[in-house]
Design a protein around this ligand. Structure first.
Ligand code: 5MM
Length: 340
């Protein structure tokens, strides 16, 4: 294991004022996104959409890396230039989603476990050869009546640790993503409790598997009220609860924390990140790895005319990246939203 390289890559992923663009939607998820704008999810439309995002002028200014789906890592621009080359030229590192999705967890109704460990060593070797510098694995934890179970938390944390160790063996920085879903009626306190238990289990398993935390990135969900909760917590309450939860459960040696947006609106996700960074200095940089909260405005405009609206859609992505880059430094100003 080349620890120096892993640590260097991990730090570059959370460099000051920069974060990660998550565009690793699997075929099912990108189809849902395209359905929402009335665009067919053909291989060429997916390529054209990701080309629009990845060729955004000056993308590397606020984006340190982008997480790709297998298909995208192998694709090229209209001019035949590999996306990985376009990204390297823009100073954007290539990441790759390597999990095989969340599947029903036998014996635990309404719960999921993420699969994809079989053959992972070989796949990681190929991804590294194709130019990937980091990888991502997403586990899903649902809050509901009598769930999550200990079995769900443990099995997902164990799989994340096995994946992370394999990544580091292959020279890739693992981005470990235990997403506590926002769906439900639960309170902020319930989300806090479940997130803390999940993170404690995750770091226990990472430790057991000798994963180098200095060369690992946590992709965390924020501590929020359920989307159907009676009283939803304010931006300040979310920021304080999330930071306290991380301080209770995340070792100081971890290279960095990036958040997912999980169904929050784009501006809400930015405001939450900014509020956290205004609370003070923490052992790890707090940045972003948003999918929907970075892409939503661009996706909508691109869908209105997929050939004529490329520049307009790129401008919207660049704007969201800049807003989140500022939020990662606690310098976001909501009045700047009008500048888009
Ligand atoms: C971009 O979506 C990623 C892949 O999701 P599927 O496996 O469901 O297709 C997803 O893991 C994403 O990176 C995270 O959920 C963060 O995205 P959001 O939209 O929650 O910020």
């Amino acid at each position: 294991m080349d620890s120096t390289k892993l640590v260097k890559t991990a730090h570059a992923m959370v460099a000051e004022g920069k974060g990660i663009l998550a565009i690793d939607e699997s075929h099912g998820t990108i189809k849902k996104r395209f359905d929402s704008i009335g665009v067919e999810s053909s291989e060429d439309n997916r390529r054209a959409y990701r080309q629009m995002l990845l060729t955004t002028p000056d993308l590397g200014r606020h984006i340190s890396g982008a997480i790709l789906f297998d298909e995208t890592l192998r694709q090229s621009t209209d001019q035949g230039v590999r996306f990985t080359k376009v990204m390297a030229d823009a100073g954007v590192m290539a990441g790759i989603k390597v999990d095989k999705g969340a599947h029903d967890l036998a014996g635990c109704e309404h719960e999921k476990v993420t699969e994809g460990l079989d053959g992972l060593r070989e796949r990681l070797t190929e991804y590294a050869e194709l130019g990937a510098r980091f990888a991502k694995w997403r586990a899903v934890i649902t809050i509901g009546e009598s769930i999550p179970s200990g079995a769900c938390i443990e099995s997902n944390a164990h799989a994340l640790a096995r994946y992370a160790a394999l990544c580091q063996e292959a020279g890739l920085v693992p981005m470990v993503e235990p997403e506590v879903l926002m769906n439900g009626e639960h309170s902020l306190d319930e989300c806090f409790e479940v997130t803390e238990a999940t993170l404690r289990s995750l770091f226990h398993h990472l430790y057991e598997h000798n994963v180098l935390l200095e060369g690992t990135i946590l992709k965390a969900s924020m501590v929020v009220s359920g989307d159907r909760a009676a009283n939803r917590a304010s931006v300040q309450e979310v920021a304080e609860a999330t930071v306290q939860c991380l301080l209770n459960s995340v070792p100081a040696s971890l290279a960095g924390v990036v958040f997912l947006s999980g169904g929050q609106s784009d501006e809400e996700a930015t405001a939450h990140l900014d509020a956290m960074n205004r609370l003070g200095q923490f052992p790890w940089p707090l940045s972003f790895s948003y999918g929907r909260a970075l892409q939503a405005p661009s996706l909508k405009v691109w869908g209105e005319n997929i050939s004529a609206n490329v520049a307009a859609a790129q401008k919207l992505l660049a704007h969201r990246a800049r807003m989140n880059g500022l939020a990662a430094m606690g310098q976001y100003d909501a009045t700047e939203e009008q500048a888009a």
